[in-house]
Design a protein around this ligand. Structure first.
Ligand SMILES: [Zn+2]
Length: 106
């Protein structure tokens, strides 16, 4: 079907995304999941940041501050194993409710 024009911005984003998928010359950053420790392409992981005592999802990876990365499926494991405390280098209890509802609501 001709005549359907995507907004230019979407087309640019699509082009960038396919570049990344093909690997092009750009090295894909590798991160490890704080729960299972598996190292993987960061597109498979969710970035979280610590805001006060709240572990907060950062799906756009734009928040500043120390970030940690995990698979969405690894959330329960991370919580059980206190991986968030380890990742953020603290002994204080951290609140993960908003992250949990973010992950489980998706
Ligand atoms: Zn994992």
């Amino acid at each position: 079907m001709r005549g359907i024009t995507f907004p230019a911005l979407l087309r640019v984003r699509f082009a960038l995304a396919s570049l990344k998928v093909r690997g092009a010359r750009m090295p894909i950053p590798i991160r490890s999941c704080i729960a299972c420790r598996k190292r993987t392409d960061w597109h498979e992981l969710l970035r979280v940041v610590l805001i006060e005592d709240q572990v907060t999802p950062d799906p756009d990876r734009k928040q500043s501050g120390r970030g940690a990365w995990l698979h969405r499926n690894c959330f329960d494991q991370a919580k059980e194993r206190r991986s968030f405390q380890r990742a953020f280098r603290t002994d204080k209890p951290l609140r993960t409710a908003s992250l949990e509802s973010f992950i489980k609501g998706n």
